[in-house]
Write a new protein. Structure first.
Lengths: 489, 95
């Protein structure tokens, strides 16, 4: 929650940034946007201007100090957020600080910038802000101006005066700043500014990994730490940290979500409690994915929106498998009821992965989700700790939305090596995921009468007095069906 | 809106102030509309403030690009910063 008193916090219009800022930027702030070359400072600041105009009707100004603004316009003209309309109407104005200086009676105090020159420059910027009625202004870059002023005290004075003058006009300012190793060239910009947003990048296996961090924003609380982001023709897409907050779980033990397998529902006392996160764990071919699909089909037949997060098999193969059980996933997809999410796994990171899934959950208001399979994540290079982070975030967010979810996991060692034992080891997860899930269904092979069969048992189901027996499991043309108890009554 | 037709097109002059040093391509953006001015026989002048600052001082130009509409020798409208000429000429009922 923002703690600002009598300060108007204005959304940036960039969704992920507003989430990171827990709302937006206090109006009239001078915000330093720092980063080395190629980190996306200009892209972000332009996006801020155009989204401000589009979403909030905010007039804006872009003042270039380095490259011709015509070049900057050309560079962003392929971006989805770019619009010629505010340029044509003059709602977003482009100009160049060097030509402002060129037009000044420069050098009142000699060859170097003097205080009067700074005042004159501020006055010209102020005049333009008044003319346009600007609520947003970008000065790109303050570093280039710093080199022109070439006097740390005057440079500090410029930023201070700019902030003072424009905050009185409710005009928020982005100053882009070149930085290396986290330090700004003049070492004063960060102290004078009201806020600092830093952009970074590193090289991953196949892609550039970009991070954004709000390091300072006077007057508000914000999510600290790095958030990942991408640059595409959509502009900057920020994947804010997904908070792990268990206070908002919408688990409903009285409301059961049927699984699509009647015998399993009977074992569970009617189905999964709504909002539960269920781990279906088992060896290859034991029916984990089929059970997951069947769970979705049950919802789809009731007219619900459902999500299949596909991390393993190619999508056409998933659809073919579904069709072999009589489930027409193509049709459900065409009808806008079934939604497939296939996040990239190479160079992925928890926030991006989780945000991509949550975006579809929110967009479709789906209450059933299957993620098939968690086991693909470690093979994509994600460590167990990162995987646990993903699950913590995802579980927390899905529970907060009341989404009943199944996550499948492939485990080894569930086949009995000993002919005198009916069942093999009962290790539920070699990734230490058991505690993160509300329920665990254990699927495994069994040796019986010189034949291999399949079995299922409910290992854990929070808040539910479930059947403790081990049941025979068969995969039929119509999906999973359960038989009687194994090894006894 | 200025009703140019009522005042007589011959009374209108458009000044485009730009800096060839900082915005070398700016006139290219205006090309289409400059052609329209020529077609309608409307007087215009593109002034490079890098070359001369006399007129810029006369019109109190503080930023570039700036577009000034002068009617009967008097400054009627001044647009500071990049504003598309379509908007400027539209407001002046020229196109």
């Amino acid at each position: 929650m923002n703690k600002v008193m009598e300060t108007n916090v204005v959304e940036t219009g960039i969704e992920g940034l507003d989430k990171t800022l827990e709302g937006g930027i206090p109006e009239g702030h001078v915000v330093l946007l720092t980063g080395k070359a190629g980190t996306g400072k200009t892209v972000l600041s332009m996006q801020w201007l155009f989204e401000g105009w589009r979403k909030f009707d905010h007039p804006g100004i872009y003042i270039s100090v380095t490259e011709p603004f015509t070049k900057a316009i050309k560079n962003i003209s392929t971006m989805d957020y770019f619009d010629n309309a505010p340029i044509e109407s003059g709602d977003i104005r482009f100009t160049d600080l060097r030509s402002m200086i060129e037009l000044m009676d420069f050098g009142k105090t000699g060859e170097q910038f003097g205080k009067e020159d700074i005042e004159e420059l501020i006055s010209r910027i102020e005049g333009l802000v008044d003319t346009v009625g600007a609520r947003r202004m970008v000065l790109d870059s303050i570093t280039a101006l710093g080199y022109m002023i070439d006097n740390t005290e005057l440079f500090r004075y410029f930023i201070f005066r700019l902030g003072t003058v424009l905050s009185g006009k409710n005009c928020t300012v982005f100053l882009t700043s070149e930085s290396r190793d986290g330090t700004t060239p003049f070492n004063v910009e960060d102290f004078i500014s009201d806020g600092i947003i830093s952009l970074h990048y590193t090289h991953g296996e196949q892609a550039v990994i970009r991070k954004i961090e709000v390091g300072k924003m006077r007057g508000i609380d914000f999510r600290s730490g790095n958030a990942f982001f991408d640059i595409s023709t959509k502009g900057i897409t920020i994947y804010p940290k997904v908070p792990v907050d268990r206070r908002f779980a919408k688990t409903d033990f009285d409301n059961r979500v049927t699984t699509g397998v009647k015998e399993l529902d009977d074992m569970l006392g009617g189905g999964f409690p709504q909002g539960h996160i269920i781990l279906i764990t088992g060896n290859t071919g034991t029916g984990k994915s089929t059970l997951g699909m069947q769970f979705l089909v049950d919802g789809l037949r009731n007219g619900e929106n459902c999500i299949f997060v596909n991390l393993e098999e190619p999508l056409p193969q998933v659809k073919k498998t579904a069709k072999s059980h009589g489930w027409d996933f193509e049709k459900y997809e065409e009808d806008g009821k079934l939604h497939f999410v296939s996040p990239e796994l190479i160079d992925t990171y928890p926030d991006k992965f989780v945000n991509k899934i949550l975006a579809v959950v929110d967009e479709t208001d789906s209450k059933r989700l299957v993620l098939d399979s968690i086991s693909s994540l470690p093979s994509a290079g994600l460590s167990v700790d990162k995987l646990r982070e993903i699950l913590l975030q995802l579980n927390s967010a899905l529970k907060a939305r009341g989404v009943t979810s199944i996550m499948t996991q492939l485990v080894s060692g569930l086949f009995s090596q000993s002919p005198d034992k009916l069942f093999g080891p009962t290790q539920a997860s070699d990734l230490r995921l058991s505690s993160l899930c509300d329920g665990i269904l254990l699927l495994r092979y069994v040796e019986r009468d010189n034949k291999i069969g399949k079995a299922v048992n409910v290992l854990k189901m929070r808040g539910s007095d479930h059947d403790k027996y081990i049941k025979e499991l068969n995969i039929t043309d119509e999906g999973v069906k359960l038989g009687g108890n194994l090894g006894g009554d | 809106m200025i009703k140019i037709v009522e005042k007589g097109i011959e009374d209108l002059k458009i000044y485009i102030f730009y800096s060839s040093r900082t915005e070398p391509e700016i006139l290219w953006i205006y090309d289409k509309y400059i052609a329209k001015l020529k077609e309608k026989n409307i007087d215009y002048e593109a002034i490079d403030i890098t070359e001369t600052k006399e007129e810029a001082k006369e019109f109190d130009i503080k930023v570039t690009p700036s577009i000034c509409l002068v009617i009967n020798g008097e400054l009627e409208m001044r647009y500071e910063g990049l504003v598309h000429m379509k908007e400027v000429l539209g407001k002046a009922s020229i196109i």
